[in-house]
Design a protein around this ligand. Sequence first.
Ligand code: G6P
Length: 368
Amino acid sequence: DSADKGEYRHFMLKEIYEQPKVIKATMEGRITDSRVLEQALGTEAANLLEDVNHVQIIACGTSYHAGMVARYWIEELAGVACSVEVASEFRYRKHVIQRDTLFLCISQSGETADTLAALRQAKQAGFRAALAICNVPGSSLVRESDLVIMTQAGPEIGVASTKAFTTQLTALLIFTLALARHNGLDEQREADIVKAIHQLPGQVDQVLALDGDIAEMSKAFMDKNHSLFLGRGSQFPVALEGALKLKEISYIHAEAYPAGELKHGPLALVDSEMPVVTVAPNNDLVEKLKSNLEEVRARGGELFVFADQSADVRPEEHIHVMQLPSVHEITAPIVYTVPLQLLSYHVAVLKGTDVDQPRNLAKSVTVE
Ligand code: G6P
């Protein structure tokens, strides 16, 4: 029963733990061992994706962060230009829709007022097709779109979105591979990434096994008023999402920055009272990230690093390292999201806030 917390203390924790299962459900029937099944995205998919020249992503909140990750994938794998904007900004400015634009709305509920308004407005301006990534069948967004990829997260009760986000990412990556195939992605690369998608449920399970250690780590945040989250590349939106989770449910001020921007402002804030959380998968940016960590440490900052076990980020005084399984660079944002969800959850529990229904927030913002 989806409205039942079962053995869990909060819906949010239950939903975090459901992720291996719902990520699996979201990939099911859409990929083989080595390929994306484009026809599973809709009978019109092949035709609509053929001449796409630009992808305009629109969303709000956590769904917007999913869109930001997708931009890295779409430009890297499909070589198609991609813009991402929050719906409330897009709808109130004059915008230029390029020729052969695919208009992609991401929404858990499919009822967010700003997202729907942006879609309706863009229809007036004209675009090639509207694609929705959505979790609620029969929602307004689903009804008003040409192509729909449903996330199979099941009902999400916690106001702070968790499983909706990771299933959105799964669906977005599958979509990206379909688009990329129309734009020359080679079969071997597609097969490698599809293999990595199949590994996700197991890898998320491995991260969930760190729950006790993350709960221990969360104690360091309990009496803090501010925090900084850093990431580079496609992990920057993961840092944004981590910061959003922490502020939503623990009421600790959390800001996310691309690690390369550290020197352009946030470093001035770093001291022992401001924990710095960093996501460090093992990609070609990890060496740069390590020097960012040194900069923080040299200013007396306390660092909490979630790092690939092969990335050689070593614990030292004031550097706490949580080692994560080695994962494919492309799927890493999905895996690295999970420890940050658990961190926020445990900080909120320690602070005794209303985890599932944080003050002033609503699950679905259907009015402006
Ligand atoms: C609210 C919810 C968030 C959600 C956002 C967008 O702010 O609290 O969890 O990410 O709306 O909602 P949507 O249903 O469009 O994804």
